[in-house]
Design a binder for this molecule. Structure first.
Ligand code: LCS
Length: 392
């Protein structure tokens, strides 16, 4: 079923019709290969003269159901599922960045999405410029004659800086660049970049779309057939496809996306208000708070304020460690966007091997804490923070 007339939550549940046997959910086609009826049938499938499945790396009914669902929700032409979010990122780079190409990107983009360009794509002559894309002037200044792609992440991870997608689309298309948006932090429930002019949107579905912290997965959605065909061809050749069982779990998680995001967002608003008034907190970044510097643009392009919060503890590294060691409800873990609340202190955890100077270059201050709000009872989460902050 593909109908733009239904509301978002209805489309989450009913994108795919029951199969021939009437199964209410999409079955898991746990197979690597598909038998041809005869040699002519095989020949027609390979020639693309007849639709059908050949081999799971190329396509699979369970994976296809998920690709169609997410492409529909993002309002794109087609989706290409990958084994992880980074699989989606690298497939997009491989598709559109050739020898001597240049990419302009958000400086606070997810670390490995930058690292793979700077440490590996340089071997193939790819150049890059990382700027604060929240200031559109920085993008204009960074574009060169060999620029092929504008790649943005908004809100960015973990700084929560917001980039104007519509303005980026305008600049990108004036210069003949492809605009790619990492929509992981919002999910299509809160933000639909293709409707704002982006050409390609990608996700780490490990986060909100799956929502249950039980798999890693990625998705790329293209607005036009030409880009979709190129991306699919690259993914199939590189072999970073998803597994059917993984697709089944994401399809299951996807059904509750809207109610999970709504509940987590409701919790996040209350937690943000609590933290903003707490004496141990230096600053807090959460869309919707009066102090949030990007409210105007957030309101324009996001349908809500989300459930990711960044804040700075006055007490620096020691305070961060104490907070981590005294929370009892939130789990100390990387990742985000699941039903469970996760807390992370980059300076003492993920970025502890870097020098203070190197950390600060990527916006990681000593007291920075990233908090991904889940769907627990908000009173328990607030009490958990109130108690742990006494040790900071
Ligand atoms: N894009 C964003 C915005 C992400 O946050 C991540 C992972 C990825 C892409 C890559 O997706 P993956 O391959 O992990 O599915 N972000 C993580 C994080 O913030 N902590 O752990 C992983």
């Amino acid at each position: 079923m593909e109908s733009k007339n239904f509301g978002f939550s209805t489309r989450l549940i009913h994108t795919e019709n029951p199969d021939a046997l009437g199964s209410a959910t999409v079955p898991i086609y746990q197979t690597s290969t598909f038998a041809f009826k005869d040699s002519d049938h095989g020949a027609r499938l390979f020639a693309g003269e007849e639709k059908g499945f050949i081999y799971t790396r190329i396509g699979n009914p369970t994976i296809e159901a998920l690709e169609k669902s997410v492409a529909d929700l993002e309002n794109g032409f087609g989706g290409v599922a990958t084994g992880s979010g980074m699989g989606a990122v690298t497939t997009v780079y491989m598709t559109f960045l050739g020898q001597g190409a240049h990419v302009v990107s958000t400086d606070a983009v997810y670390g490995p999405a930058r690292g793979v360009i700077e440490n590996h794509f340089t071997r193939f002559g790819v150049e890059s410029t990382y700027v604060n894309t929240a200031d559109i002037e920085n993008i204009k200044k960074a574009i060169r004659p060999n620029t092929k792609m504008l790649y943005i992440e908004t809100p960015s991870n973990p700084t929560m800086a917001i980039t104007d997608i519509e303005a980026c689309a305008k600049i990108a298309h004036q210069h003949g660049l492809i605009l790619v948006v990492d929509n992981t932090f919002c999910s299509p429930y809160l933000q639909r970049p293709l409707e704002l002019g982006a050409d390609v949107v990608l996700h780490s579905m490990t986060k909100f779309i799956n929502g249950h912290a039980d798999i890693v997965a990625g998705m790329i959605v293209a607005k036009e057939k030409k880009n979709y065909d190129a991306i699919r061809n690259m993914m199939v050749n590189m072999g970073c496809n998803m597994d059917p069982h993984q697709a089944y779990l994401v399809l299951r998680g996807l059904k509750t996306l809207s109610i999970r995001v709504e509940r987590a967002q409701e919790n996040a608003k209350k937690i943000a208000e609590f933290l903003e008034n707490h004496p141990k907190i230096e600053w807090i970044m959460y869309p919707g708070l009066k102090s949030f510097p990007y409210n105007e643009i957030a309101k324009k392009q996001m349908k809500g304020t989300g459930s990711m919060i960044s804040f700075e503890l006055k007490g620096g590294i020691e305070a961060g460690k104490n907070l981590m060691n005294n929370v009892k409800v939130a789990l100390l873990a990387v990742s985000l966007g699941g039903v469970e609340t996760l807390i992370q202190h980059p300076a003492s955890m993920t970025h502890s091997k870097l020098s203070k100077e190197a950390r600060e270059k990527s916006g990681i201050t000593d007291g920075l804490v990233r908090y991904s709000v889940g769907i627990e009872n908000v009173e328990d989460l607030i009490e958990d923070l109130r108690h742990a902050l006494e040790f900071c």
